[in-house]
Design a protein around this ligand. Structure first.
Ligand code: NAP
Length: 481
């Protein structure tokens, strides 16, 4: 604990919570507190409050009182013992309430009760089941007279850990290390500092994010926060886990959360159209939105996947001077889902002819009926003569990195191969295509391009492309290649 305390202070932590309940041997407070590397909060949680303290309550009270006598900067006292341990010396009191089951309806009442227990800071941490729980928690933080830290636990609650700073909390909580998660949905100290730049969050910070379910795997927070940091913008981008049922209420509450823009992904790309009164022509035609701009009076939906396909393919292919630069190009579209819709619509507008193939024939037929193109059964895909192969299936995606949707024996050096899968970037299809001498567009190329187009919508400025790309590559990590 001493080593980690020292390490965190060296990394720039201004306050470190010492969770002495994690020490299984008798706690030697004098030794732990002998050298103050930075101010500390001393906390000793019982099992019922999510801690590891298994010894007697009397021993715990003695420990907390001794910590106060030792002059720790803050002591954390749960609401049921706060009145039993009086204020003494300079030690500040954090009066805390935890609820691992839910975010109760009577948050305000709980706060009022805790405020009467002589707190310097009130801390309330509850389990979030919907984004509305986050909003109620943050409202409470904003409206409180006593400095208040209000956090929601769980993946749904993660944004509150960053946003509480914008709403007025004196500080937030993060873990020392990803493997030392002390509460579900917690972020690491490094993520808080480097990805979310918590230190620079204030009431004027503009909020952006991605809505998805699940959302933890999303690379969008990496890429957009890297862009905002490179451009020194007072903006933060968060992962919002929003279920289908919660989508309408989440959208209705976006402005109160300070949200100026959103990326939209699975499963909301299609359903979100219903809740937007304004969407651009492309999104209407594809019936899919991946970007919402809240900067004006009306939220506007648009689709940068479509533009990203065009921007990725055009430089490698065709004569840009022509009105329909891909006229005469025949391509094989593997898959008939979201990426395929954006691709077929985009390439159709450039004049290319699609041959669509997917596991589910009916989905290929539907796509061809809507945007044009031939359909071949999945089993016959290798017989199609084409200039371009586009993979719009997840085949080859982590962890199934030894799979490819297109057998290498049918790859020709004259082909362009475009694989939408971005994790890993070097999929088996990409590797084999390069071996055959094909020109290649990777999923990372497309991902960064669509994010860069969103960045332009969100900030009105040219995106720092290289930093965004490097961050995606770093986030995917070499281990997955
Ligand atoms: P989607 O809407 O779910 O569509 C997936 C398509 O792949 C469907 O046609 C599906 O066929 C087919 N498929 C699924 N598993 C298959 C398998 N084992 N064998 C053959 N076909 C299979 O997904 P999406 O949003 O289009 O995404 C597709 C891929 O692109 C994913 O890997 C995603 O991560 C990636 N992506 C990349 C970007 C980027 O910017 N680079 C953006 C979005 C998505 P059925 O109908 O038979 O299930």
């Amino acid at each position: 604990m001493i080593a980690e305390y020292k390490h965190l202070a060296e990394m720039g932590a201004k306050l470190v919570e010492l969770r002495v309940d994690w020490i299984l041997r008798p706690v030697n407070l004098k030794r732990i507190l002998a050298k103050r590397f930075c101010p500390v909060v001393l906390t000793c949680r019982r099992e019922r409050d999510g801690g590891k303290w298994a010894r007697t309550e009397q021993d715990r009270m003695i420990l907390l009182r001794s910590a106060i006598v030792e002059g720790v900067d803050y002591v954390d006292l749960e609401d049921d013992i706060a009145t039993l341990i009086p204020r003494y010396g300079k030690t500040k009191r954090i009066i805390s309430y935890h609820n691992f089951r839910e975010t109760p309806e009577n948050l305000r009442e709980i706060h009022d009760r805790l405020s009467k227990m002589d707190p310097d800071i009130v801390k309330i941490a509850t389990m979030a089941h919907s984004p509305h729980d986050n909003l109620r928690m943050l409202r409470m933080v904003r409206e409180s007279k006593t400095p208040t830290i209000g956090l929601c636990m769980g993946e749904v609650g993660t944004p509150t850990r960053v946003l509480c700073g914008k709403f007025g909390a004196p500080f937030t909580f993060a873990t020392f290390h990803a493997e030392r998660m002390l509460a579900p949905g917690q972020l690491t100290f490094k993520q808080m500092l480097e990805m979310y730049r918590y230190d620079s969050i204030n009431d004027s910070t503009e909020v952006y994010g991605v809505i998805a379910d699940p959302v933890a795997h999303s690379l969008s927070p990496h890429v957009h926060n890297a862009g905002f940091a490179a451009m020194k913008m007072n903006k933060v981008y968060l992962p919002f886990r929003v279920s289908r049922e919660d989508l309408p209420s989440f959208l209705a509450n976006c402005r109160e959360l300070g949200i100026k823009g959103l990326s939209v992904t699975i499963p909301h790309k299609e359903s979100v159209l219903r809740y937007l009164s304004k969407t651009d022509e492309v999104s209407q035609r594809i019936q899919a939105v991946n970007t919402i701009d809240f900067s004006g009076a009306t939220a506007i939906g648009s689709n940068t996947d479509y533009q990203a396909v065009i921007q990725s393919i055009l430089p490698l292919f065709g004569d840009k001077a022509k009105r329909r630069p891909l006229e005469g190009v025949r391509y094989l579209m593997l898959g008939a889902g979201g990426v395929a819709r954006a691709t077929v619509y985009a390439l159709d507008s450039l004049g290319a002819r699609a041959v669509i193939t997917s596991r589910t024939l009916a989905r290929s037929d539907e796509l061809a009926n809507q945007f044009g193109g031939e359909v071949v059964p999945w089993e016959e895909r290798h017989e199609v003569k084409c200039d371009l192969v586009v993979n719009g299936t997840p085949v080859g995606m982590h962890p199934n990195v030894n799979e490819t949707p297109f057998d290498k024996r049918y790859l020709r050096g004259t082909m362009v191969v475009f694989d939408a899968v971005y994790n890993p970037e070097q999929t088996l299809l990409v590797k084999q295509a390069r071996e055959q001498g094909c020109r290649v567009i990777t999923g990372v190329d497309m991902f960064v391009t669509q994010a860069a187009l969103q960045f332009k919508i969100f900030s009105g400025q040219q995106p720092p492309l290289e930093q965004m790309r490097q961050e995606v590559i770093r986030a995917i990590g070499p281990a997955r290649y």
